[in-house]
Write a protein that binds this ligand. Structure first.
Ligand code: C2E
Ligand code: CA
Ligand code: CA
Length: 672
């Protein structure tokens, strides 16, 4: 489907999607980790206070079960009796030997030790100024993890709390108790470990879910972006690449052309597609376009590109074709495939198309230029009998004709949307305007001023040409009356189609119109092409004879482009020969054209015809024609076609072409 497309696909949305996912996953990992740290920290401190709570509870149990029942109600400062000491020792030994208590002391509120499990006096005693001691003296229990006062490396939990004998319920002293922290710490540790594991598993699951959500979201985004990308570059009806993608591919092909690749850019326009739409409906039109798209796709090579450029227009980029003939051969195959019968809604259709080829790099260095030239070639194909036309340098600037529908043109005629511009025909001997040629234009309400090639062919095909020619004749003769009224005696020339001439009654209609308008037939000239005379020779020559007999002048238009020889015109009552501008435009550069023009002038004069040169664009050309004895000249050098009042000021300024131009060899003979 073309190399340029792969480039586009590569630069497309895939990379963007995975990058997006990584960013999303990375970003969501940070809060999850932070949350984990906060929770773990909370849990660790919760573990420590859990240890302390356990110590407090253990100490409370010892106080209530071993100490409180053993002591009497007297203040401990008074000392303990022998029986009290024996009871306490008995009770506490059990706990101490069981290892649940490391050390235990009873103190008076003054701080003096009245009982210690190991009989020590109190050098390591808790001073009575210690906040823990004071808070116990005030009736509160305080718990802390401290270094073992016995000097071991293990840490211990110290609980300091009041001693409240069962007999009185009044605090009589302080109980200072040390519990081994290692066991509690180990328990807390193992609890913490399982909490951490749970936390890690939970957070991991949460992260996985988040990542999953983000992955599926980015995937959806990616798919969406890819769809949008596809839509932006494809035609929705046929699924073919659209104009945009076509352009990208053509640009890529031109890039490769710089490295020596040669190829073709082709425009394809279906013939009469509009009729299908109009008569069979849009759904048939759509179905037809799809079939055409499939057939085009199916008949191309892998590296070729086919795109729908809009409507019934398709474009091809065909790389790697060094010879024009190869492009033509490929298109001939495509044409054959396209023309195979298509049945839609049980209607049998066949597709014909016009192909315009521009070769790169020969015909242009930019896509724009290539498109323009392929377009020109395509319209040439439409206008001629050849369906496949390779662009020829001849007329690159030719404006693009666009087919016009018959109904619209009929309306234009009825609503007076046509206008006539006139181009002067200059008498070379004097520089004065001898006559003017009427050239029709259509002031289209939506598309501006249309030139004849954009609608005259439609008029000719549809039969509206008779109507159109009648309109032009009537308008030209009326305009002529107006300039005559302004004191100007220009002859008027009107173009007549082949179809007019072969149409029965045409000559009679013109003759009676001239009579009705009270115009001078000798001041009217009808311009007829060579092909018009040869198309249906009998009818045409009868018409020409009748018109000529009525005094109306007949000119052979575009002379030199058809196949008529001058000798065939001898019998045809022709008054004037108009040399086609293709010979005239190259007079300054082509010796061959100069010989041809010189010969035409001589022979025409020999037949008694006046000679007009068309398409005179320079003073040098006018000068040469004058020297060559050409009678009249017409062209942009003198004036472009314009509404007749705009030509009036030109009467005052005679042309200045009479100084010999040394640039062109002057004519050497004259047969006049
Ligand atoms: P044509 O009869 O050969 O008319 C002369 C064409 O050459 C005109 O184009 C005119 O504008 C153009 N032209 C004049 N001087 C120069 C020049 O110096 N250089 C160049 N490059 N071109 C020049 P336009 O007006 O576009 O008419 C094109 C054709 O359309 C005419 O060719 C004629 O065949 C046809 N046409 C024009 N009006 C009518 C009409 O009323 N009826 C019919 N049947 N055909 C018409
Ligand atoms: Ca003409
Ligand atoms: Ca002409």
């Amino acid at each position: 489907m073309g190399r340029g497309m792969e480039d586009v696909r590569r630069s497309g949305s895939g990379g963007v999607g995975s990058r997006l996912f990584l960013i999303y996953a990375g970003a969501s990992l940070v809060p999850v980790l932070l949350l984990g740290l906060v929770l773990a920290d909370k849990d660790r401190s919760a573990g420590v206070s859990l240890g302390l709570d356990q110590g407090r509870a253990q100490a409370a149990v010892i106080e209530q079960t071993a100490i409180a029942p053993a002591v009497g109600g007297d203040d401990l400062a008074a000392g303990l009796s022998g029986s009290e000491l024996a009871h306490i020792r008995q009770a506490t030994d059990l706990a101490i030997f069981a290892g649940s208590v490391t050390r235990l002391r009873l103190r008076s509120f003054g701080g003096g030790v009245v009982f210690s499990d190991d009989g020590s006096g109190g050098a390591d005693a808790l001073p009575s100024v210690d906040p823990a001691f004071r808070s116990a003296a005030a009736g509160r229990t305080s718990v802390a993890v401290v270094a073992d006062p016995a000097g071991s490396r293990d840490r211990v939990i110290r609980v300091v709390q009041p001693v409240v004998p069962n007999s009185t319920g009044q605090a009589t002293g302080i109980l200072e108790i040390y519990l081994p922290y290692a066991a509690i710490a180990a328990r807390v540790q193992s609890e913490l470990r399982s909490t951490y594991t749970g936390l890690a598993v939970g957070l991991g699951a949460m992260y996985a879910i988040l990542a999953l959500i983000s992955w599926s979201t980015t995937r959806r985004l990616r798919r969406h972006a890819a769809e949008r990308h596809h839509q932006a570059l494809h035609d929705s009806l046929t699924g073919l690449p659209n104009r945009e993608w076509f352009r990208i591919n053509a640009e890529a092909a031109l890039g490769r052309a710089e490295r020596g690749e040669r190829g073709a850019l082709v425009l394809i326009d279906l013939n009469h597609f509009k009729d299908v739409n109009d008569t069979l409906g849009h759904h048939v039109g759509d179905a037809l376009l799809k079939v055409v798209a499939d057939r085009l796709r199916g008949s191309l090579r892998t590296d070729d590109t086919v795109a729908r450029l809009g409507g019934d227009e398709f474009g091809l980029v065909l790389p790697g074709l060094p010879q024009p003939g190869q492009a033509v051969a490929l298109l001939e195959t495509i044409r054959t495939v396209l023309s195979e019968e298509i049945i839609i809604d049980s209607v049998s259709l066949s597709v014909e198309a016009s192909f315009g080829i521009a070769l790169y790099p020969t015909h242009g260095a930019s896509v724009e230029q290539l498109l323009q030239r392929a377009d020109a070639a395509m319209y040439q194909a439409k206008a001629s009998t050849a369906d496949i036309v390779v662009y020829a340098q001849a007329d690159p600037a030719a404006p693009r004709p666009s087919p016009v529908i018959h109904a619209e043109l009929r309306q234009a005629l009825d609503h007076d949307q046509l206008v006539l511009h006139y181009q002067p025909q200059i008498e070379l001997a004097t520089g004065r305007i001898e006559g003017v040629e009427a050239l029709v234009r259509w002031q289209h309400p939506g598309r501006g001023l249309l030139l004849p090639h954009e609608f005259v062919p439609t008029a000719e095909e549809s039969g509206l040409i008779e109507h159109l020619t009648d309109w032009v004749l009537l308008r030209a003769l009326s305009d002529q009356h107006e300039w005559i009224a302004r004191g100007v005696d220009w002859r008027v020339s009107v173009n007549v189609s082949a179809r007019n001439l072969s149409c029965p009654g045409f000559a009679e209609r013109v003759i009676s119109l001239v009579a009705d308008m009270a115009s001078d037939p000798r001041r009217l000239c009808l311009e007829v092409t060579e092909t018009a005379l040869t198309a249906r020779p009998a009818a045409a020559s009868a018409a020409v004879k009748a018109l000529s007999a009525a005094g109306i002048a007949i000119a052979i238009d575009d002379f030199g482009t058809g196949y008529t020889g001058l000798w065939q015109l001898r019998t045809a009552s022709v008054d004037e020969i108009k040399i086609d501008r293709t010979f005239v435009s190259n007079l300054t550069t082509s010796a061959q054209d100069r010989s041809i023009v010189q010969a035409i002038i001589g022979l025409s004069h020999g037949l008694g015809c006046t000679v007009t040169a068309e398409g005179v664009e320079s003073q040098a050309t006018a000068q040469w024609l004058h020297t060559a004895n050409c009678d009249l000249a017409q062209g942009y050098y003198f004036a472009r076609p314009a509404p007749w009042p705009e030509l009036l000021p030109r009467l005052a300024e005679p042309p200045s072409f009479f100084s010999p131009d040394p640039g062109i060899p002057q004519p050497t003979m004259s047969l006049r």
